[in-house]
Design a binder for this molecule. Structure first.
Ligand code: AMP
Length: 514
């Protein structure tokens, strides 16, 4: 439910006011939850009341949707029956593991068993776990299809099917696998498919593929929408962009990371190659970081996420594969090293920060070829993107110089090594050179020589006059040679004569104030 400004006005309920079993209330209390989040307040009482209801919930990532479906799902299961009664499908191993973690805590006093199925795990282990007759299965679609095709799963006792982050499953190419799975749980009824179980679909966006699934497989679903106007993006996030000339992403990234005190966040890249390059870059600058991508073994991935949660390192570099399922509290920043092609990816990557109502900062590094992507993103999500204010070179250099000077002050000028160095330098320098610099200049030159990549601090690699709302899609402006600090004067390009994309498209309103 939304008010005129698009704000969610659902009242948050106390869990104790819901008709939950004592055991469930106990688990919820143990997890430290007292008040339900808006999505939980709307979904849990409804699903508890309904014997047989389908549901579509559009909720932003980090809104507490796992417990929103987890609590009613577990309340519907009969722990005495040793057969699969609930199946939760998730796009990635990380998300599946995170769901298992939350459901595991919730089901502890209920005497139920759960099992997680994902690719890369040994079939032998999975077969033996299935023999223990879990009531709850959490699975990624690909491996589940393998097991179904091998007749290893019996879904005839299924009461609830949850499609979590359905938009992401579809954008990752799982549509065919989903249809195969749904062919085991649903059967044809005219143009639609009907199931004996309830189907609950959770998604951050109503992508066309999600609509197709909804229309075909869900029966008169209740639709709960809590997107607060930004297509699933938490309103506590601030979205910024930095535009650089072609080939200067790395410098911009380093400048951002080095300029932010206590950076604790994730840098998302498009490819594994980019991840490797960024990792090498940061390590080369003594910045502690780790990386996560599809090629890493599950155990290694889990170890890395655990270490990030424990703040053993503060920067994770990851591909999209890892975007879902990273539930780390208090991450301050998400950086898009390059913008993803899909809107859903931007939303899910960004949602790693600003979780559960916290604040978060999202920064996208763009080259001119990314302009149309940002325009499209802004139109589709209504997010207000604003230019990121890089810390002034002067201020950052002051910090560097201060810490170097602090270190220099520890040197004793009468130490043996200093005496030797002074002597050597005295011999090497010509008289002219000795007279050339003042002491301050010598120190500045020394610090300068210690700073590895000076191009990080160049201001002329940035393009400062890009305004996402003034530029019609399809008219990317290539680099124009505009200088740093030169703000565009006069109306934005789409309002100039001939600047409206062939005159067919109405110029969008420049509602965004820089
Ligand atoms: P989710 O959207 O399910 O991934 O949840 C995001 C984070 O919010 C997780 O760390 C949950 O443990 C936490 N969370 C979910 N529901 C609540 C609640 N009612 N109170 C406090 N924290 C919650």
């Amino acid at each position: 439910m939304c008010d005129e400004s698009g704000l969610v006005i659902m009242q948050n309920l106390e869990f104790s006011s819901m008709s939950l079993s004592d055991e469930m209330l106990q688990s919820i209390q143990k997890m430290g939850y007292t008040t339900a989040t808006p999505i939980q307040s709307e979904v849990i009482p409804y699903l508890l009341q309904q014997e047989n209801a389908d549901l579509v919930a559009l909720a932003q990532t980090g809104s507490g949707k796992t417990a929103a479906f987890g609590v009613p799902l577990l309340e519907k299961i009969d722990a005495r029956q040793g057969q699969i009664q609930a199946l939760v499908l998730a796009p990635t191993r990380e998300l599946a593991a995170q769901i298992e973690d939350i459901l595991g805590k919730l089901m502890k006093p209920l005497g139920m068993r759960s099992m997680t199925i994902y690719g890369g795990q040994s079939y032998t282990v999975q077969r033996s776990q299935l023999k223990k007759k879990p009531q709850v299965l959490i699975a990624t679609p690909g491996r589940l299809v393998d097991l179904l095709n091998q007749n290893l799963l019996d879904l005839t006792g299924l009461k609830v099917l949850v499609l979590d982050e359905a938009d992401r499953m579809l954008s990752m190419g799982f549509e065919e696998d989903l249809q195969t799975i749904l062919s085991y749980t649903h059967s044809a009824d005219g143009d639609h498919e009907r199931a004996s179980c309830q189907t609950w679909l959770f998604s951050a966006t109503m992508a066309p593929g999600v609509k197709r699934i909804l229309n075909r497989y869900l029966h008169k679903p209740k639709i709960v929408e809590q997107l607060s106007g930004n297509q699933g993006v938490s309103s506590t996030l601030k979205h910024h962009f930095v535009t650089v000339r072609n080939g200067y992403r790395k410098q911009a990234l380093l400048r951002i990371v080095k300029s932010i005190d206590n950076f604790y966040g994730i840098i998302f890249c498009q490819t594994k190659k980019d991840v490797a390059e960024v990792e090498e870059l940061l390590r080369g600058h003594d910045i502690s970081c780790m990386s996560l991508h599809g090629d890493k073994q599950q155990r290694e991935r889990e170890h890395i996420l655990k270490s990030l949660k424990a703040e053993k390192f503060s920067i994770l570099i990851a591909t999209d594969v890892a975007a879902r399922g990273i539930d780390v509290k208090n991450l301050s920043h998400v950086i898009h090293y390059s913008l993803p092609i899909e809107i859903e990816s931007y939303i899910h990557r960004s949602g790693r920060t600003g979780r559960n109502g916290e604040e978060g900062l999202v920064i996208s590094i763009m080259e001119p070829s990314d302009f149309s992507k940002l325009n499209r993103l802004q139109r589709a999500t209504k997010i207000q993107f604003t230019p990121y204010s890089l810390r002034k070179t002067e201020d950052v250099l002051k910090g560097i110089a201060k810490s170097e000077l602090d270190q220099l002050s520890h040197f004793k000028s009468d130490s043996h090594i200093m005496r030797e160095l002074k002597k050597i330098c005295g011999e090497l320098l010509t008289e002219q050179e000795t007279n050339l610099f003042s002491t301050a200049e010598w120190i500045a030159a020394l610090i300068h020589s210690k700073m590895r990549d000076h191009s990080i601090w160049r201001d002329d690699i940035y393009i400062q006059d890009f305004n996402p709302q003034s530029r019609p899609e399809g008219r990317d402006r290539r680099e124009t040679g505009s200088r740093s600090g030169q703000k565009r004067r006069g109306p934005p390009s789409s309002f100039r004569r001939g600047g409206g994309g062939g005159g067919r498209r109405k110029p969008s309103k420049p509602s965004f104030k820089s």
